[in-house]
Design a protein around this ligand. Sequence first.
Ligand SMILES: [Fe+2]
Length: 353
Amino acid sequence: MGIVYTKELLPGMIVASDIITPSNQLIIASNTTLTDFLIEQLKLNSITEVDVKGHITTVSSENASYSEKVTSSENFRIFKEKFSSNSKQLETAMSHIINNQQADLNDLVVQINQMTPVGATSIEIFDMIHNMRSFDDSTYAHCLNVALICRVMAGWLHLSDEDTDILTLSGLLHDIGKVGISDDILNKPGKLTSEEFDIMKSHSQKGYDILKNKNIDERVKLAALQHHERCDGSGYPSTLHSDNIIKFAKLIAIADVYDAMTSARVYRKGLCPFKVISIFEEEGLQKYDPKYILTFLERIGSAYINNNVRLSDGRVGEVVMINSNTLSRPMIKIGEEYVNLAKNVDIEISDII
Ligand SMILES: [Fe+2]
């Protein structure tokens, strides 16, 4: 078929050669069948035309990836609409706070509460958050994501309704100090210089300074200040240890890191939850309060019991049991065989299917 403008691409077209971004990054390999989701990715990555093969295949719901199934659902369409309007409302609210104008924060919390479909499971909410990334990757979107993840965690931890709302507001405003930091630093694709990193790190203190004299719950202000502190004293700005970090900042730290993991700009077939768990395990669970991080990771892992996964050796099986000592390496049933990934460390889960 030859070269086709990205705006004219259709799901089902097959990519004829590797697609490389202007910054030399491979985003889609040759022979990949395009989907709506992938075409969106191409637009986001400023790819204007694509070399495609001669015939079109149809993406059926059976062979659609996990991520495509999420994004093609009615629930996701509604979520996406609410997300866009709430992202704008949050932007306005933050600007009002910064300019000492009235901001209706209670209404914002109510809107967040109504964002997720009635009856949606925690994992469905996480999947929608993850898939929303390709449409909105702003600081406001990140704050919305953190607020939504915090609400899910609040449910897991049986927090009171009042605490849940305060935690939600803490999530919405935790990065308000980033509003004053230039986009060149916030969106810099490469590694920050140490000077730039210092500017970036100043956002937690700046956020606290913006909020401190406002008529806002004290816990929201401290969450903005402390959400980069870590329980082992390795965080900033004050290298606080666990006892001196408030619960709300500890919960936001987990939601913040989880959201950062889903923010990779390169297309992935849906975030593998076991990869998330292993990244937390590698980073060091001692950075987080064990009461919260273990609940968080166990909930994520157990939600995928009975789901099919593809292993790195190509085999497909079913998650049958989570190993509490190595949460990222569950027991997998393949046919009649049980493969314990805790003992087969050279194999890992590559995909949820
Ligand atoms: Fe932050």
